[in-house]
Write a protein that binds this ligand. Sequence first.
Ligand code: ARG
Length: 560
Amino acid sequence: MDFKQQVVSALSAATGDDLSADQIAQLLETPKTSDLGDYAFPTFALAKVYHKAPKMIAADLVEKIDAKPFEAVKAVGGYVNFFLDKVSFAHDTLTSIADDPEHYGDLQLGAGNVPIDMSSPNIAKPMSMGHLRSTVIGNALANILTKVGYSPIKINHLGDWGTQFGKLIVAYRKWGSEADVKKDPIHYLVKYYVQFHEEAESDPSLDDQARAVFKQLEDGDPEVHQLWSWFREESLKEFTRIYDMLGVKFDSFNGEAFYNDKMDGVVNELEDKHLLKSSQGAEIVDLEKYDLNPALIKKSDGATLYMTRDLAAAFYRHNEYNFVQSLYVVGNEQREHFDQLKAVIKEMGYDWADDIHHIPFGLITSGGKKLSTRKGNIILLEKVLNDAIELAKKQIAEKHPDLANADKVAHQVGVGAVIFHDLKNERLDSFDFNLEEVVRFEGETGPYVQYTNARANSILRKTDTQPAADVALTDPAAWDVLKALGDYPNVIARAAKAYEPSVIAKYALKLAKAFNKYYANSKVLVDDAELPARLAMVKAVSTILTSALALLGVEAPAEM
Ligand code: ARG
């Protein structure tokens, strides 16, 4: 049963035609503490209609509302406070979780394909913290959208094309070694690239060579193509190691190169629709009426650009997947690029431009400073993950020296800590990265949530009594835990609508805190009539914490 709906119906009946059910649902608040009830209805909105003080209206409404099915309905100031019937709430919530643990919280908010452009690192460069953010946010969104009915398609739009590959190939031919690249691909490829820029300062002819080589690549020269393809493969091997550690899989690795032979269609259409203009030798689409800078489609040497490949990709995805929404999880600094992308498609006359959503996110800093490869303030992802695993290993050795699978659990905890830390922050917030903070077992961390789940599991292992969700649970101390459990479907809906995994992470922390507080103050394993019901609640807590963590892409070991 939907308990919020009960409150809405009662208020609907009492207010008659003065407010619609939707308006009531919008107005309903959730008090900060349970002693103010479970839902509170502010009467201020009605003061104008009734020409009465909110306090009077609250008192009148309480008169009109039948106390059943609630435990109590009280007027407090300008609010009507509803106290739900705790026993039936506990019963309904615990049985629905126990009956179908996997699917509790599943919703049908929509259906259809949703390509998610995520991760998308650049070949021959190290994967950055920004790419980590895109990877874990994209992955969590894919899980959340699946839970509410959509079919996400995870696309890694690799940065594997562009003039920089001309430079890289020239540099490799001059100074590179095959053995070095095989040994430590990204390290050496970056080195050649940096050397190219240094030497090009005194020898500008290098830039001309690079342009010529990139042209050969675009035209399909076999030797150049072979080198490019090898660099791509070696880089991808390194990225794959990180994806494997994170447990993230992709449905497609169609990167920028994939669109090399798919751009003519878009460029021709832009021409046919008279949208292309020459400006200083380049071809642009004017976007003044959108208050945006022009979109660059072709450079003066005829080379196509990031934007052109993204246009081709947008059309490809539209045709291939017939999407209902198309998401791009890319840093906030590319906001204008995606505004332009949508505007160009709109200019071409396609309304599905409105189904394209850029999902931006903030920067990660370190010691308060922006991370930058050039300035040497760089965090290497693989090292971060390995360090986190080491730290987790140490803490586990202290807390649980005889744990079986300690290495596997350390991996789940270390990697989970990094992912959780990233996702508990609101997407657009920038935050500072400090490994020790991230892997702590106390405070607002992933390990804290995982540890709470392990604790719930250990309680269940200590007894032979079977959990039973249909036994009455009247213990008032359990109320905050039960309410949090019942709230899970609403939380998922909120996270999905706002494309905001932090809603799930914050919820997991709240549920874990409520459970730990309950556990600190109440005896669970006492052999009385409510024991099976308490165990059902403990089990439900583990089910929901595990499910919430899984939505975030974090594993939940049963022991740690
Ligand atoms: N490779 C780009 C970068 O690292 C991100 C690509 C994002 N996706 C896209 N379709 N433009 O900045």
